[in-house]
Design a protein around this ligand. Structure first.
Ligand code: NAD
Length: 502
């Protein structure tokens, strides 16, 4: 049992230093697998955000990062990537302890992080500016320059991966950053800021303010000193944050909620597709924005397919996330557990059938954690709330369709549009169907697969803007046009000649 004296204490990371909150306010971070206290963390508000934005503004203005020769900036990012690689075992354990996600998942996910810093460093190092076909004796060259201070607000489900998708391009492009991580999982973000400093990143370039969305998040998103605000979170949070930033004419990127369809075409290998559907639905205990939450199966195969999924779901091993044998961890919080229970009750009221799961896990060793059994609803129709609203727990719905047109209608009949997957033995058929889906990312015979080069983002209520890829890098830059007159300047008021100005 941890006593208060030996609980780890974490503070904000501002201007290259750990800093407490004014008044010493803190909040607790707990392990969702067993409820134990993991750390006491400084609780920031407007004052701490002000300090961090000011540090980032000074770091941007004096050019210690933004005007560093790109080769040097990329060298530091490569060193950062290497230090992250070294720290992967401890980062994975800490991430698993705070999110409740199995260590195996965290290792697999975090092992990709260094690649993102190397990829964006390579883009920055190889980026070429352009020259426009400007008419007349002029040279118009267009440079891409950093934006300034950017605010990044992140969620708890993939704390380091989501931060990295924003941080790597922001830093590579020469911006300075203030991050507000989720109040559930701030520890690895603080650890990353320390690693960056140790790898040679100048103080003030990467700052972290910890605290709640209602206070620290709100202060950051409404700060007029930002050049951009980049949020990953729920769709409602996106609306609030985009309004606050928009009032200051701060550009906004929002990666928001989702409820991905998994479309199984009749020609698919059903066993492979069932494995894919289970992976899509239950990785991270269903707490992902691209969770396969609506499994669309042809009516002639729906029953058989559900049986295959049920057999696989019932075989999943729930347990301590740090054990290598564990396949499904707890939900992140009591709140998320209650939300899941609530939606299961809603589904039953709506007339859907629980084919497996549907309740908290009851094994004695799981009782102190927020564990919920993997749950499959059958007999679901698209208008039901369980098929329309983001549950963010280990709950998925099987819906049947009569033909491809109906599958497309159901897939698109939702306010979200982030990801989807199609399972088929005919790639051309899959590609044709992909064209008809209203979402930002479609996998064919896969799900959840990411890469730093993949432009990531949603349509409709799933957000605006894109992260990753060349587009994601560009969104962390702005153009600056320089127009050089290669001839004698026109003395406008000294001549009566007809001169074209545009
Ligand atoms: P959330 O919206 O509750 O919180 C996200 C972040 O925003 C947290 O840091 C929180 O403190 C902060 N926040 C909350 N209210 C705020 C406010 N009023 N002003 C400023 N900041 C505020 O989301 P969550 O529960 O942490 O994460 C789950 C959500 O994130 C889901 O909806 C999921 O779909 C979404 N998500 C989207 C993507 C994507 O790439 N599109 C990826 C992961 C998660």
């Amino acid at each position: 049992m941890k006593t208060l004296e030996n609980v780890a204490a974490y503070r904000h990371f501002i201007d290259g230093e750990e800093q407490p909150s004014a008044g010493g306010r803190t909040f607790d971070v707990r392990n969702p697998a067993n409820g134990t206290l993991v750390a006491r963390v400084a609780e920031g508000g407007a004052g701490e955000v002000e300090r961090a934005v000011d540090a980032a503004r000074r770091a941007f203005a004096d050019g210690r990062w933004s005007r560093l020769p790109v080769r040097e900036r990329c060298r530091i990012l490569s060193a950062f990537a290497q230090e992250i690689e070294r720290a992967l075992p401890s980062l994975s354990t800490l991430e698993s302890t705070c999110t409740g996600r199995p260590l195996r998942e965290m290792r697999a996910q975090l092992s990709r992080l260094p690649e993102f810093y190397r990829y964006f460093a390579a883009i920055a190092r190889t980026a070429e500016d352009s020259v426009t076909p400007f008419e007349g004796p002029y040279l118009n060259y267009v440079r891409r320059v950093p934006l300034g201070v950017v605010g990044q607000i992140t969620p708890w489900n993939h704390p380091l991966l989501i931060l990295t998708k924003k941080l790597a391009p922001a830093l590579a492009a020469g911006n300075t950053v203030v991050v507000k991580p989720s109040e559930y999982t701030p520890l690895t973000t603080l650890a990353l800021a320390r690693i960056a400093l140790d790898a040679g990143m100048p103080p003030g370039v990467f700052n972290v303010v910890t605290g709640f969305g209602s206070e620290a998040g709100r202060a950051l998103s409404s700060h007029p000193g930002l050049a951009k605000l980049d949020l990953t979170g729920g769709t409602e949070t996106g609306r609030v944050v985009a309004q606050a930033a928009g009032a200051n004419l701060v550009r906004v990127n929002c990666e928001l909620g989702g409820k991905a369809p998994v479309i199984v075409l009749p020609d698919a290998d059903l066993e492979q597709a069932a494995g894919g559907a289970i992976f899509a639905a239950f990785i991270a205990s269903g707490q992902t924005c691209i969770a396969g939450a609506r499994i669309l199966v042809h009516e002639s195969q729906a029953e058989e397919f559900a049986e295959r999924m049920i057999a696989r779901a019932e075989a999943l091993r729930l347990g301590d996330p740090l054990l290598p044998s564990t396949q499904l961890g707890p939900l992140v919080s009591e709140r998320q557990l209650q939300r899941t229970e609530h939606y299961v009750a809603v589904g039953m009221q709506e007339g859907a059938q629980i084919a497996c799961g549907g309740k908290r896990a009851t094994a004695p060793e799981l009782r102190d954690g927020y564990f919920f059994e993997p749950t499959i609803f059958t007999g679901v129709r698209s208008p039901m709330r369980i098929a329309q609203e983001e549950i963010f727990g280990p709950v998925t719905c099987v819906l049947s369709y009569r033909n491809v047109d109906e599958a497309v209608r159901i897939a698109n009949d939702i306010p979200f549009g982030l990801g989807a997957s199609i399972w088929t033995s005919d790639a051309a058929k899959g590609m044709k169907l992909a064209e008809r889906l209203e979402c930002g990312i479609v996998w064919i015979n896969d799900h959840h697969r990411i890469d730093p080069a993949l432009p990531w983002g949603g349509m409709k209520g799933s957000g605006m803007g894109r992260e990753c890829g060349i587009e994601g890098y560009r969104e962390y830059t702005q153009t600056k046009s320089v127009v050089v007159n290669l001839d004698e300047p026109v003395d406008w008021y000294a001549t009566t000649d007809v001169v074209r100005l545009s």
